[in-house]
Design a protein around this ligand. Structure first.
Ligand SMILES: Nc1nc2c(c(=O)[nH]1)N[C@H]1C(S)=C(S)[C@@H](COP(=O)(O)OP(=O)(O)OC[C@H]3O[C@@H](n4cnc5c(=O)[nH]c(N)nc54)[C@H](O)[C@@H]3O)O[C@H]1N2
Ligand SMILES: Nc1nc2c(c(=O)[nH]1)N[C@H]1C(S)=C(S)[C@@H](COP(=O)(O)OP(=O)(O)OC[C@H]3O[C@@H](n4cnc5c(=O)[nH]c(N)nc54)[C@H](O)[C@@H]3O)O[C@H]1N2
Ligand code: SF4
Ligand SMILES: [Mo]
Length: 779
């Protein structure tokens, strides 16, 4: 059970109608307001004007790609990017005095928003066994303590090293090198909870875990699917790319249980029409799908395509492509022809006519792209759904050619790069062999622990030490109560972080906070001023140069912290020049260039405007699967069984949060103001459940082993959500997701599609007054 934190801000909840368009002038105004609240006009000016420019700061928000150099706007960022960057550039500071005033037990009762608002961490601190306070510690002592605990472990596999996707390529490379030289592959990351299902399905079917499209492809597609993603809030500059695609004649099909503002209409703040006019219609077709229905949708579509080919032989499928590049078509075809329409319709909640209209769109389109994100990956059958999307693309040869392909839209700005650098518990032997050749040590070969298995091992006492490079592990992970108990069982927990978060308050016996430079800040080392590199969702690797004065003179860079820790821990055991790496990140990139395919001559090539585009073998007609071809797969249909009186809950992001960190209590696009403890449900479902708007309820999830989990006190908001579904914000609802509830094959937590019931909480007279269309009501 999880009560709201003591101080959780809960102003009066006001509900206004959901917006029917995204961006435009309010977005710009809102970004500036937030930037100026957090930082000074001068610092905001530096960050905003250099953001996403050649030689500037890469946006620390999402992984959306920048237009080619020469095609960028003077303001090449979105409202959210401006908020994310200025959240880091804030002028607020946490000093030693702060930790004297606030014991850890008190901080553990604070909200995520409050913790983040305290500002930047400025010096290393330690919480010693038995103490309830963090206190200052020198870098030397902090890293010495950590090294001592690491070397005292019974086995290197008693440590885990977590990475979140904001870490740079250089820091990620150094961390995995250190972990492997130390002797473990325990390298869980946020990607385990994000696009693991995409990586798994794409690897299996196409032989590469990455997307195959570029911005240029998107601009020139005939038909684009947006499946299970909310670009208006989470990848806002994707809307500019979609706008351009539409100007070139593309059609768009959006598939979502919620009619998200950004899927409907876009008012581009950089175009006159966007500021003054009605903007551009984004989705030509909107499929209001039942949660988890996407597998059935693509199975239905694939069946319709096979039948269209029967009627018009040789005109629908790309037979040459199927013959030359794929394997398993016949078996797939037999399997799909046996898919029952009744199953498709009940799983999707759509009509056959709606799906036939989409088939017609497909038949009229030569170049098709499918984009997807968490609405697909975070389901139990996420891998099967992506395999079916691949089947769909293969049928008409929509891979490996311009304007077509698979586009998993990545979350964190460098989540894809961190994987390229070897942050993965199961890196292939080719990578480990290259490490061995380059550095002369024998990396461990047994697969390490991913995020879910790390929590299990911590909770069973098999892990003694947890070190995180960025992120907020206890809030990102599922089953919050269990995860926090697991963290507390560690001998030592340590976090390399820019800002305070809940993970720092859920301590092992000893706990360290190691404060670090953010991407916005100047990074000066013995070899002079450094830059770092990152890789976006479209496999473009480019530089990011910090511009601001560091938040404190005591901060070390991520690379410096990790190199010093490696030196202290390994004590010369492996011939790795940590000293040289710390002094000059170019020395790290030289090594990367000999290990990572496609990054040869890294230093010289990344310095060019626009950087390096990593080749995707699929686009060269190469499939690194066992038969050397793309695989058609047969997927078992999935229809979530929901007991009477229950709903399928998704846990999602608001407009005004960055993952585990809410910035405000508002979600402007969905018309929610002043509170995040809301659950959005279709009015017809509310009527059936006998619940009225504003009713205060507990969300209770039921799991197959009979256990129940409860998140307390949410106000019911009638919302045009697909029938049978409910939506509430993450991380407040992570407590509801059992650790055992994972996607098949990828072991990714199922943050969507959780069976819940809404249990009226307090007496009805304490309900929230919810009025549509006006800003009113109070608790
Ligand atoms: N402002 C902001 N931007 C962000 C982030 C943030 O927290 N805040 N986080 C970043 C990160 S790490 C990531 S991974 C991305 C996430 O980007 P998204 O994947 O867009 O994130 P979610 O909020 O989880 O939204 C999932 C979307 O899928 C829909 N959906 C839910 N279930 C289903 C389903 O069964 N089928 C279909 N078709 N749709 C479904 C939801 O209604 C919602 O529109 O955003 C990145 N960008
Ligand atoms: N229920 C539910 N759970 C989910 C999801 C969901 O949709 N629903 N989404 C999942 C997804 S897609 C993801 S990606 C994860 C996100 O999980 P994480 O990536 O672990 O979480 P973040 O909230 O992005 O981490 C924020 C913290 O990172 C630190 N930080 C920020 N910038 C820097 C930096 O430059 N350097 C360093 N060292 N530290 C920095 C700050 O201390 C900040 O408090 O959550 C997952 N969990
Ligand atoms: S779309 Fe993503 S990368 Fe671009 S400015 Fe916005 S948050 Fe940053
Ligand atoms: Mo993510």
């Amino acid at each position: 059970m999880r009560k709201p934190p003591d101080d959780e801000p809960n102003e009066s909840l006001t509900v206004t109608p959901p917006k029917k368009w995204a961006a435009g002038v309010p977005a710009v105004v809102h970004a500036l307001e937030y930037s100026l609240e957090e930082t000074s006009p001068r610092r905001a000016g530096v960050t905003l004007l250099t953001m996403n420019q050649v030689g500037g700061i890469d946006c620390p928000g999402c992984a959306w790609a920048d237009p080619a150099p020469g095609h960028r706007h003077r303001n090449e960022y979105c409202e959210n990017g401006a908020k994310h960057i200025n959240d880091e550039a804030t002028t607020r500071r946490i000093t030693a005095d702060f930790f004297r005033r606030h014991p850890v037990s008190e901080l553990a009762r604070r909200s995520d928003m409050w913790l983040n608002q305290q500002g930047r961490l400025t010096q290393p601190v330690v919480k010693r066994p038995g103490s309830d306070h963090y206190e200052p510690i020198s870098w030397d002592d902090a890293l010495g303590l950590l090294a001592q605990e690491l070397t005292a472990l019974g086995s290197p596999d008693e440590a885990v090293f977590y990475t979140s996707g904001r870490a740079s390529n250089e820091a990620a490379f150094v961390l995995q090198l250190f972990a492997r030289a130390f002797g473990t592959n325990n390298l869980p990351d946020c990607s385990n909870m994000c696009h693991e299902s995409s990586g798994f399905a794409l690897h299996e079917t196409l032989g590469t875990g990455k997307g195959t499209v570029s911005l240029h492809d998107l601009h020139h597609a005939d038909l684009i699917f947006l499946v299970g993603q909310n670009p208006g809030s989470n990848h806002p500059r994707q809307l500019s790319a979609l706008e351009q695609a539409k100007q070139n004649g593309a059609r768009i099909v959006a598939v979502n249980p919620l009619p998200e503002a950004g899927l409907l209409r876009f008012k581009n703040p950089q175009q006159v029409n966007g500021v003054l006019g009605t903007g551009v219609k984004i989705a030509d077709r909107f499929l209001h799908i039942r949660p988890g229905g996407d597998l059935a949708l693509f199975q239905g579509l694939n069946r319709l395509l096979l039948e269209a080919e029967d009627i018009d032989p040789g005109r629908v499928l790309d037979h040459d492509f199927i013959r030359d590049n794929t394997s398993g078509f016949e078996e797939f075809s037999r399997h799909i022809r046996a898919v029952e329409w009744a199953d498709v319709l009940s799983a999707t909640g759509l009509t056959r006519e709606e799906i036939e209209k989409v088939r017609d769109e497909v038949l009229h389109s030569r170049r098709v792209i499918v984009c997807w994100a968490m609405g697909v990956t975070q389901h139990r059958h996420g891998v099967a759904t992506i395999r079916e999307i691949v089947n769909f693309l293969l049928l008409r040869g929509n891979l490996g050619r311009a304007g077509a392909g698979a586009c998993p839209v990545r979350g964190h700005s460098n989540v894809q790069g961190d994987r390229t650098m070897g942050i993965w518990e199961q890196m292939p032997d080719s990578f480990l062999d290259a490490l061995q050749r380059e550095f002369g040590f024998d990396p461990p070969r047994a697969h390490g622990l991913d995020s879910v298995n790390s929590i299990r091992a911590m909770s069973e006492g098999r892990i003694k030490l947890f070190l995180a490079l960025a992120g907020n592990f206890v809030r990102a992970a599922p089953d919050s109560t269990l995860t926090e108990e697991a963290m507390r069982k560690c001998r030592l927990t340590a976090h390399i972080s820019t800002k305070l978060n809940r993970s720092h308050t859920v301590c092992g016996q000893t706990a360290l906070i190691l404060p670090t430079l953010g991407r916005t800040e100047r990074d000066t080392q013995a070899g002079g001023e450094q830059f770092v590199t990152v890789e976006n969702s479209m496999s473009e690797v480019h530089t990011s140069h910090g511009r601001l004065k560091p938040a404190s003179p005591l901060l070390l860079s991520e690379v410096a912290i990790l190199c010093r820790l490696a030196r202290r821990t390994l004590d010369g055991a492996a011939a790795i020049p940590w000293h040289e790496f710390e002094a000059d990140y170019g020395a790290i990139r030289d090594r990367i260039s000999r290990i990572v395919p496609g990054l040869h001559d890294f230093n010289r090539r990344v310095a060019r405007p626009g950087g390096i585009t990593l080749p995707n073998p699929v686009n060269e007609g190469v499939y690194r699967t066992p038969p050397g071809k793309a695989l058609f797969t047969r997927n078992t249909g999935h229809n979530s069984r929901v007991p009477d009186g229950h709903l399928l809950l998704q846990t999602m992001r608001s407009q005004d949060q960055w993952n585990t960190i809410p910035y405000t209590l508002d979600d402007r696009y969905r018309g929610i103001h002043g509170s995040r403890r809301v659950v959005l449900v279709n009015p017809a479902d509310l009527r059936e459940l006998g619940l009225s708007a504003g009713r205060r309820v507990d969300l209770v999830s039921v799991w197959t082993d009979g256990t129940e989990r409860r998140a307390e006190d949410f106000a019911v908001v009638p919302y045009p959500a697909a029938r049978g579904s409910a939506a509430a914000y993450y991380p407040e609802t992570n407590v509801l997701v059992p650790l055992d509830s994972v996607a098949e094959f990828s072991n990714q937590p199922t943050s969507k599609g959780i069976v819940v019931r809404l249990e009226p909480a307090s007496p009805a007279d304490s309900d929230v007054q919810v009025r549509e269309g006006e800003r009113r009501s109070s608790v």
